[in-house]
Design a binder for this molecule. Structure first.
Ligand code: PEP
Ligand code: MN
Length: 358
């Protein structure tokens, strides 16, 4: 249930509603908007009729039901877009955020070279897998803690915040120690004990959509994180399984637009996993931006043919710089200065008309 307070409700009136919600057996979530305060009454075992009766309480405008099964992530509860800050980078704040780096961290040289190139091209955050969810147990499984240390080192050199996957509840503390944002991989989207543990974290979460998950299931997975106390969640559409075999997955861009409509959380798109094909990364990146994505997460490797995972869907360093130019992004001040150029930092969404024509 949502309790819409009137624009001139007093602090005492708001507090009274919070107290009544708790007395009735629900959790109260107060959202202070620019014009008015909205209070969510969330839970499963409360006395609902007593909440409905709060319509008559002083300072209350209306009491309405949240029609979706997800409550705290719903735009019905919070109309303003949530902005999630990761190492000083705002996701959902109106500027396109680009997260880029290798699928797996393989060596100091591979990671540092990629991180420098990502930074120089105007990327905002560095990705890199330390713990890899591989379909086959015989494939490279990631360097674990060693990779986390390398990511931190690359971050210190470039100033880029680190996004990396946490696969297991047992690794949450160590990953949170080194990373700025914790990724929940597609295969773990419905690992509810992992979600419950991550809900207690203060670090932001990148929640990938499961390969066979509906949008409702994806948003309910995000609900676990918010309900457990972590409001810093970014949704990531990374492609779903369909009958199509020409691409690795089907990047569901309608889901990007719909998730933005249904939820206030930021949404990013992953055209690397979403297609499995390097040649499709640029067109699908532009399409994702046009569909309303707040950011992109792209795999980049200095030599994709030698990558230990996901080489075919990784851009090389020049390919990434080219993608960034097509997105209308200026190179970073350092690389511009090296070329004797202007000290301008990019960050604005590209001109969509120009992108569409490209
Ligand atoms: C990854 O980001 O490298 C990855 C394994 O992603 P996903 O969980 O979407 O497959
Ligand atoms: Mn990958």
């Amino acid at each position: 249930m949502i309790i819409n307070m009137s624009a001139n409700a007093t602090t005492q009136e708001i507090q009274h509603i919070v107290d009544r919600i708790e007395e009735c057996g629900y959790q109260a979530h107060v959202i202070h908007g620019t014009e008015r305060t909205v209070i969510g009454a969330v839970g499963s075992n409360g006395r609902r009729s007593e909440i409905e009766a709060l319509r008559a309480a002083p300072g209350v405008d209306d009491v309405i039901q949240i029609t979706h099964p997800f409550k705290l992530v719903s735009r019905q509860l919070r109309q303003q877009c949530t902005v999630v800050e990761v190492a000083g980078v705002k996701i959902g704040g109106g500027e396109l955020v680009v997260i880029a780096g290798p699928c797996s961290v393989e060596s100091p040289e591979q990671l540092n070279e990629t991180a420098e190139a990502v930074k120089a091209a105007g990327g905002n955050l560095l990705r890199g897998g330390a713990y890899k969810p591989r379909t086959s147990p015989y494939d490279f499984q990631g360097l674990g803690v060693e990779a986390l240390r390398l990511l931190r080192g690359a971050s210190e050199k470039t100033g880029l915040g680190v996004v990396t996957e946490v696969m297991s509840e047992a690794d949450v503390e160590i990953v949170a120690e080194y990373a700025d944002m914790l990724q929940v991989g597609a295969r773990n989207m419905q690992n509810f004990s992992l979600l419950r543990k991550l809900a207690k974290e203060t670090k932001p979460i990148l929640l990938k959509r499961g390969p066979s998950a509906t949008i409702k299931e994806w948003l309910l997975a995000a609900e676990y994180l918010l309900a457990g106390g972590n409001p810093n969640v970014v949704l990531c559409e990374r492609g779903i399984k369909t009958f199509e075999t020409a691409t690795r997955n089907t990047l569901d861009l309608a889901a990007v637009a719909l998730a933005k409509e249904l939820s206030h959380l930021p949404v990013v798109a992953d055209p690397s996993h979403g297609t499995g094909m390097r040649s499709l990364i640029a067109p699908m990146s532009r399409a994702a931006v046009a569909a309303g994505a707040d950011g992109l997460i792209v795999e980049v490797h200095p030599c994709p043919e030698r990558a230990l995972s996901d080489g075919p869907q990784s851009l090389d360093l020049a390919g990434f710089a080219d993608l960034m130019r097509r997105l209308g992004r200026e190179p970073s001040p350092v690389s511009r200065a090296n070329r004797g150029g202007l000290n301008l930092v990019g960050g604005l969404r590209g001109d969509l008309k120009e992108l569409a024509a490209d």
